[in-house]
Design a protein around this ligand. Structure first.
Ligand code: NAD
Length: 300
């Protein structure tokens, strides 16, 4: 059956262009009422411009959908609350939050300034916190919510010149891992997308031919599914784009357990390094001390 968002309200941050625009358009096409948030700055986070968010709202309305713009910065606490307030004041509820807003400040680590670090953390990490902190009481009260955070292969696997961005993006995984637990009782599912797409962000590092090929629409299905009522999984990282869909996960290796009868030394670790670092039989975890498989068996 077609996945529908009829009667639901979604916030998409950074939806004035690139991936966010594509998510907002598909959600609206499926019946969601959408808050199209975008500050409208440049790729490095400088400046403001209302036209990107307004244009996407116009596009959605022209296609028969419902949308309102919001121009707040996710990096401000009041801004995050105002984005959620826009949804509540306009339509009285909020079902989906897609934390997508992002900027890039690529620079080799030895040249990275405090401002390069703080601005990137402000938009990605604090910017996800502010909107979700405002949405959380609404989700709890409704006993329903779907969240999609945005990470990056630059953080999960690493990318030269992106220490600030990689660290901030991997911070999403910590946020997801905690919120998936805090939200579970309230039917709030929190997942993360690691997209790849040709946008103005990747234009800086990809040839134009590749930018044209890697359409954001290749990422949309994964995000829209995770944002839907049909999805009952939480805590997943899905890499999507360029014709690929796969899960990425932090896993725990079996290691070895010599116990606490006597203290080991660094030479013992050296001798046993291969067994300690082996990932054979490694498993993703639901929380500290419980594997995902154990959690699934307990909650079946
Ligand atoms: N394109 C890729 O291949 C790729 C890969 C990995 C991760 N990502 C992530 O996907 C997300 C979307 O990026 P994109 O590629 O579509 O880039 P994009 O630049 O087209 O879109 C990002 C949008 O966020 C908005 N924005 C920036 N700061 C904001 C703020 N403080 N408040 C509100 N809006 C703000 C921008 O104005 C812009 O419209 C980002 O989080 C990015 O880090 C993209």
């Amino acid at each position: 059956m077609a996945i529908s968002f009829e009667g639901q309200v979604a916030v998409v941050t950074g939806a004035g262009g690139g991936l966010g625009r594509a998510y907002a358009i598909d959600l609206a096409r499926r019946g969601a009422k959408v808050v199209v948030n975008d500050l409208g700055g440049d790729p490095a986070g400088e400046g403001e411009n209302r036209s990107p968010a307004q244009k996407v709202v116009d596009e959605i309305k022209a296609a028969g959908g419902e949308a309102v713009p919001n121009y707040d910065s996710v990096a401000s606490y009041d801004g995050g609350f105002n984005i959620v307030k826009t949804a509540i004041d306009t339509w009285g509820r909020l079902d989906v939050v897609i934390c997508n807003a992002g900027i890039l400040r690529d620079v080799a680590f030895h040249n990275m300034s405090e401002d390069d670090w703080d601005k990137v953390f402000g938009v990605h990490i604090k910017g996800s916190f502010t909107v979700l902190r405002a949405a959380w009481p609404v989700f709890r009260q409704q006993a329903y919510g779907r969240v999609v955070l945005t990470t990056s292969s630059s953080g999960i696997y690493g990318q030269f010149g992106q220490a600030n961005y990689g660290a901030a993006k991997t911070g999403m995984l910590g946020l997801m891992n905690v919120l998936k637990q805090e939200g579970a009782k309230y039917n709030v599912m929190v997942n993360t997308v690691a997209p790849v797409a040709g946008t103005r962000l990747t234009q800086q590092v990809m040839p134009q031919e590749m930018v044209d090929k890697l359409k954001p629409e290749f990422v949309v299905p994964a995000v829209v599914y995770m944002a839907s009522n049909e999805n009952h999984d939480s805590g997943y990282v899905i890499e999507a784009g360029a014709g690929n869909f796969n899960r990425a996960a932090i896993v725990k290796g079996p290691g070895i357990r010599p116990g606490m009868d006597d203290l080991k030394d660094a030479e013992w670790v050296e001798q046993n390094w291969a067994a300690i670092t082996s990932l054979e039989g490694a498993e993703p975890q639901w929380r500290t001390g419980q594997s995902e498989a154990q959690h699934k068996a307990e909650t079946k």
